[in-house]
Design a protein around this ligand. Structure first.
Ligand code: NG1
Ligand code: MG
Length: 523
């Protein structure tokens, strides 16, 4: 699904009808505030949404396909370009946030060719700068090394909660990169180029991320989930849910346990990325014939579990003449991992290094130097088993959405009850949650509790969404059970926590799939 970022002509192009009034009010406030700050209107607004992941958790950086959807919460950047002369060889960025207390305004004089980002301090404008840096690299590639970036005045308004698992970061980085492209005269912005540069850019903020969030933010279309694949290259296409009876809705519920990847990366997110790469290298060393090179593909660390799958089956299929489809390959990988990676307690650096034929220093340099990690043991068995089984669940979920299902079609046509189908979809989400909790260890007590409450009240599937260790949950709920689920969560979870009024209001949202990045030209 190639294409360019759309120009929105009205808010109705961006938001669903039931949100038009509140969004119109919000956009008006953004424009007013911009005027108040700069005494002129912005030229355009760059918009990118957050996302919720339906299924396929922690497998994007192993280059397996995932199924997220955009939500309506988003990052908006109101922008004008600025012709005021600047210091020789620099351009100026003036950036402010509508939440000025929480996110103070800044001014930067930036050399044409060096956007400096200090990833060791947690500063909100780093996300803008990382989008800026990525966009400038692309612009320089297009227009030559002596390209001079424009100065910009920016006012940001974000409604995706930060650290809440709905990918405020990808929304902000993507909207920033898009804003910089447009401010510098790009009439059209290619979606794939924008996504790829946002993926690489976000790593500059200190998180070794996969590519799901940025893809969902850029490519999503209203009313559809998005199937995103990363290998052999980034591809995204919209996917529809069948019209079940009762209809299915997504309920997105915050845990209000904040998990900040920037702070906990070395023991959580970045460590998992490293464990997956180590698992791929380990499997390669013990299962592939000596000398077989793993493809150094687009994985953040150059070696991915998906890359291992490809080499392993290329070799065995050549030897045996047997062809396996993806699902069968994944089943074999689960068996092979259980046989070949036996240590439940995990592997030390020394143990892994000796299997890979490396010194510990080389192992650390190769796998752990770009992003720091802290661990005595690396749980290769559990992480690989999660990834292979989760990749399989994505395939099963997709087959249920898109495969031939005459029985379901007949039930839908006859207006019959399709609960059995919905429950089977939900079961895959529940299995995903179990695997995240037990094998990947990225859930937490509060998330487990929320899932439990929701399921008992009628959700057919409940799981964490995004990185986990707190953050957000997603629930697949038959519409007629939505109120019950919300009431149960209110009573048994939210009322028991000291929440601010704002938190109470944003704790649960019913979400339909939203639209992706857009530019709105202010007349
Ligand atoms: P969150 O923390 O929800 O933004 C992260 C990664 C994704 C993916 C999920 C887990 C970033 C920007 N995003 O999402 O790429 O790996 O965790 O499935 O780091
Ligand atoms: Mg994020």
């Amino acid at each position: 699904m190639a294409g360019t970022v759309p120009i929105a002509h009205s808010l109705g192009d961006i938001y669903p009808t039931d949100e038009l009034q509140s969004q119109t009010e919000r956009w008006k406030q953004l424009l007013d505030k911009f005027w108040h700050l700069h005494r002129h209107a912005p030229e355009f607004i760059s918009r990118s949404p957050g996302r919720v992941n339906i299924i396929g958790e922690h497998i994007d950086y192993s280059l397996y396909s995932v199924l997220p959807m955009a939500i309506t919460a988003d990052a908006l950047l109101a922008v004008s370009t600025d012709l005021t002369p600047t210091k020789e060889g620099t351009f100026k960025i003036q950036i402010a946030n509508v939440q000025e207390q929480k996110f103070p305004a800044h001014e930067f004089d930036i050399p044409y060719d060096a956007v400096d980002i200090n990833a060791t301090v947690h500063e909100w404008t780093n996300y803008f700068k990382s989008g800026l840096r990525g966009a400038l690299e692309l612009l320089r590639k297009k227009h030559g090394a002596d390209f001079k970036p424009k100065s910009m005045k920016i006012l940001m308004d974000g409604t995706v909660p930060a650290g809440g698992g709905l990918s405020s970061s990808a929304a902000f980085v993507t909207a920033s990169a898009l804003a910089v492209m447009v401010a510098n005269g790009e009439q059209t912005v290619d979606k794939t180029e924008l996504t790829e540069l946002a993926i690489v850019s976000e790593r500059a903020v200190g998180v070794n991320s996969g590519g799901m969030d940025q893809s969902a933010s850029v490519f999503s279309e209203r009313g559809s989930a998005l199937f995103v694949s990363f290998s052999p290259r980034l591809q995204a296409r919209p996917v529809q849910f069948p019209k079940t009876n009762p209809e299915l809705i997504f309920l997105i519920c915050q845990s209000f346990v904040t998990s900040d990847k920037f702070v906990t990366g070395p023991i959580h997110y970045n460590l998992r990325v490293v464990e997956c790469s180590l698992a791929a290298a380990y499997l390669n060393a013990v299962l592939n014939p000596p000398g077989t090179r793993l493809p150094a593909d687009a994985s953040p660390l150059g070696i991915s579990l998906h890359g291992f799958q490809e080499t392993y089956f290329a070799i065995t299929e050549q030897a045996t003449g047997q062809d396996k489809d993806d699902a069968a390959q994944l089943s074999s990988l689960i068996d092979l991992t259980k046989q070949a990676v036996t240590k439940d307690e995990g592997y030390t650096r020394e143990e892994i290094a000796s299997v890979l034929g490396l010194s510990v220093a080389d192992l650390e340099a190769q796998f752990m130097s770009r992003f720091p990690v802290r661990a005595e043991r690396f749980k290769l068995r559990q992480r690989a088993l999660h990834v292979f089984s989760e990749a399989q669940r994505v395939l099963r979920f997709m087959a249920m959405l898109e495969g031939d299902n005459p029985e379901l079609a007949a039930q839908i046509a006859a207006g019959g009850d399709t609960s059995a189908y919905s429950e089977a979809l939900g079961a895959l989400l529940n299995e995903s949650q179990d695997s995240c909790r037990d094998l990947y260890e990225c859930s937490c007590d509060e998330i487990d509790q929320i899932c439990d409450i929701a399921r008992k009240a009628g959700a057919v599937g409940s799981r964490l969404t995004g990185a986990g260790w707190g953050g957000c949950t997603v629930h697949l709920v038959p519409r007629d059970r939505g109120a019950e689920v919300a009431t149960a969560l209110g009573m048994h979870y939210y009322l028991k926590r000291p929440l601010t009024q704002e938190q109470q209001q944003t704790a649960m949202v019913k979400s339909t799939p939203g639209s992706g990045s857009a530019i709105y030209l202010v007349k």
